[in-house]
Design a protein around this ligand. Sequence first.
Ligand SMILES: Nc1nc2c(c(=O)[nH]1)N[C@H]1C(S)=C(S)[C@@H](COP(=O)(O)O)O[C@H]1N2
Ligand SMILES: [Mo]
Length: 321
Amino acid sequence: MSDRIPSSEITPRHLYLNRRAFMRAGTLAAAAAGTGAFYRRLNRVSHDVVERPIIPGVITAPATGGYRVDEALTPQASIVNYNNFYEFTTDKEGVAAAAAGFSTAGWKVTVDGLVHRPRVFDLDDLRRLSPPEERIYRMRCVEAWSMVIPWVGFSLSKLLDAVEPTGDASYVVFQTLLDPERMPGQRNAFSLRWPYTEGLRLDEARHPLAILATGLYGQELPPQDGAPVRLVVPWKYGFKGIKSIVRITLAAARPETTWNLSAPDEYGFYANVNPTHDHPRWSQATEQRIGDTGRRDTLPFNGYADQVARLYAGMDLDVDF
Ligand SMILES: Nc1nc2c(c(=O)[nH]1)N[C@H]1C(S)=C(S)[C@@H](COP(=O)(O)O)O[C@H]1N2
Ligand SMILES: [Mo]
């Protein structure tokens, strides 16, 4: 997503998919690829799914309202082996391995700022806010690839209700853990400004489709997907979905956010999926659904216009992108 990412990383996924087909061919792949760097790379990439604890009592979201899109799910193996999580590595196929030992024991989320009831939540506290619900959402990365992911989570509005934002609160600011010991990508001085920070307008954050996710495919989130808790805002580009959250702050002013700071002409604060607003370096009109062969049209608000377009009434989405 930055100048530091080679353009090969955002090309259509056929290379990636070919490599996966290669892996399945096993020894045939070894023979075909020989002993060069390409084969070593093949060998390094895992397509395994490390089973995670099953989340008990997951309820089904309503069938209408965008809570469960009726599209083929992206295989779990792809969701957990093809990631963006710069705190670990910029190599999408290396995040799973780089994050494998990341421990979330004793995790806490501080909720503070313009609230009547500031509070530190542990994971049990979060679980008590609302029953875990399965939400099947499209995820559209700003790099023009997409997935369909069965998340487990709960509406962010439940957490906001619990802390009671004051009348002055207009934005919600989210921060990822800052710990270069455990997140080696944070030692890279040429990378992003840490901690990874994201934000939503309060009315966006209160929209019922915005969730805090604690799982996928019915299991607790693996580290590479943002364990133990991450944001999912399905009508926005994936970079708004900040991972491994430790702090949520209610604020009066719009926060500075990580990708917007790094390249404001490329990554807007709103980052609503918009097929008519191209990235300066590539078109946003179409996308590569991981697992598909051809490209598909990108939909306004990632297909959630009926639910969310009203939030942006009167705004010029080419200016406030
Ligand atoms: N803290 C943090 N959150 C992050 C990122 C990141 O690098 N660090 N990458 C973002 C981007 S660009 C995308 S597309 C999604 C990817 O989520 P996934 O790996 O679970 O598919 O996470 C987002 N959240
Ligand atoms: Mo992304």
